[in-house]
Design a protein around this ligand. Structure first.
Ligand code: FAD
Length: 456
């Protein structure tokens, strides 16, 4: 029997509940990817775990679709739905740093910009995404790849515990000592198991870094990619660096006559002793003639927000992804065929290194199974005009088809499109069955199904 109505949620919640007739509804139903145009019945802008519990109860008892939104960056638009309920965590962004223990308590709707600003004040950080506006929630639960991953592991490797509202509307603490099966699944299994209202992270000393982008001519792409493959295999773990195909944006450090040219870039981040930065990055300057660079010492949050302007809200998004063990010559050939065709200044292809500390975690220790992959590639189609959808989606699909034969079967769930649900099993390899078991325990009716879904 249904006991909870939307009016009950309105009454119970400290946050606001928005429906189609409320003035803020149009804004509240939007997610980062403008291609997603859905109309939920209610958006619950939660203020605390109690609000989340009320919204979960309401959705479950009324058998409504339930979407959970952290930063709203999911490319398939998992943070919204038609006719159902959206739990919007954007009002829960508090970060409390414990400098003594080098930990941070982060609310479920915080962005990496929120976290980095708070931890940088203490000369501390943890692995987060490349862009400051991405949500901690979705990124961490799917794994979490970023500049600091080679040295510190994935974001989920730095998770110490989480407060989770599960499908029965109860709040659990998940950590190594309690609800350890849930804690295992949260680290890579995506949003399948409940709403995380608070994350506890391990932090490490990271203050100012030495880094930024270096651009080279396209005819150097072969040299740059081959060099990068060998260099990053043995580079010190304090160095994060990824290659990208990129149309040169009109930035002051790029010669004006090169604006709009397609180039190959490497973005570097040296997080070791600052004075060693120039020496660590020098091999990347020497590999080929540099067209433009913006590399130097800067606060880590500054690098984390350096490319935000390339990915404002409101672009169309279509992405595909792969894990790569060996970036062999055939794979590089495929990149050389499709990378230079990048169709929009916002679009890109990145090859993120996930060796170093990411490899030291056993593939069974967390749900994130690809601990032998050296790279996670993402072909990220992002463009402003829906009229260009076909051309951009085709670029992503063709590029993916050319590189997939040289990649692992699985791809990183956070970089995958909504039409990739048939790859979920491959993404988790031998961990898949255990994930299904945990799903059966905590969400047997699949209330949390708007995600890269693990079916109970
Ligand atoms: C511009 C851009 C840059 C990116 N850069 C990186 C990067 O550098 N590294 C990387 O690893 N990934 C990156 N990603 C991918 C990113 O990790 C995923 O899009 C991720 O899902 C975003 O999380 P979110 O909270 O912002 O998204 P949302 O759309 O809010 O949520 C995504 C999924 O996570 C679930 N979820 C979110 N918060 C919670 C929570 N608190 N509790 C339970 N479930 C939750 C949602 O239900 C949904 O299924 C990027 C994406 C974009 C668009």
């Amino acid at each position: 029997m249904t006991t909870i109505t939307i009016e009950d949620v309105r009454e119970r919640a400290r946050g606001t509940v928005l429906g189609p007739h409320d003035p803020d509804y149009e804004e509240a139903r939007k997610v980062h990817n403008a291609m997603i145009d859905r109309h939920p019945r209610a958006v619950v802008r939660c203020s605390n775990a109690g609000d989340v519990m009320a919204a979960v109860d309401f959705a479950r008892e009324n058998r409504l679709d339930l979407a959970v939104r952290g930063g709203g960056h999911s490319v398939p638009g998992f943070g919204t739905c038609d006719e159902g309920v959206v739990i919007d965590l954007s009002g829960m962004r508090g970060v409390r740093v414990d400098p003594g223990n080098r930990t941070a308590r982060v609310e479920g709707g915080a962005t990496w910009g929120d976290v980095n600003a708070a931890t940088h004040a203490f000369g501390l950080a943890t692995t987060g995404g490349i862009i400051s506006t991405t949500g901690v929630g979705g990124l961490t639960l799917g794994g979490g790849i970023g500049y600091l991953a080679r040295g510190l592991g994935l974001s989920c490797d730095n998770l110490l515990s989480a407060d989770v509202v599960t499908a029965d509307g109860k709040l659990l603490v998940a950590g190594e000592r309690e609800n350890a099966d849930l804690f295992w699944a949260l680290r890579g299994g995506g949003g399948n198991f409940g709403v995380v209202t608070s994350f506890e992270f391990q932090l490490a000393p990271v203050g100012d870094i030495y880094g930024g982008p270096i651009f080279y001519d396209l005819d150097q792409a072969d040299t740059v990619l081959r060099f990068y493959r060998d260099f990053i295999a043995n580079a010190p773990e304090e160095l994060g660096a990824f290659p990208a195909f990129q149309i040169a944006p009109p930035l002051p450090f790029i010669p004006p006559n090169r604006h709009g040219d397609t180039l190959i870039a490497i973005v570097a981040c040296w997080a070791g002793p600052l004075e060693e930065g120039p020496r660590a990055v020098q091999p990347l300057r020497d590999v080929a003639p540099v067209v433009a660079e913006h590399v130097g010492p800067m606060p880590y949050p500054q690098l984390n927000s350096a490319f935000d302007a390339l990915v404002p809200p409101g672009l169309q998004h279509y992405w595909k992804a792969n894990f790569v063990t060996e970036l062999d010559d055939e794979a590089i050939e495929a990149h050389l065929r499709y990378g230079p065709k990048v169709p929009a200044v916002n679009s890109t292809m990145h090859i993120y290194p996930i060796n170093g500390a990411c490899h030291r975690v056993s593939p069974k220790a967390t749900a994130f199974a690809y601990r032998d992959a050296n790279f996670a590639t993402v072909i990220a189609g992002m463009w402003p005009d829906p009229a260009d959808n076909e051309a951009n989606i085709s670029w992503v699909r063709d590029y993916y088809a050319a590189t997939a034969p040289h990649s692992q079967e699985g791809g990183y769930i956070n970089f995958m499109a909504g039409d990739d649900q048939d790859r979920i099993k491959s993404n988790y390899r031998e961990n898949y069955e255990r994930l299904v078991e945990v799903k059966r325990t905590y969400d047997p009716d699949n209330l949390f199904h708007l995600n890269q879904n693990i079916q109970p």
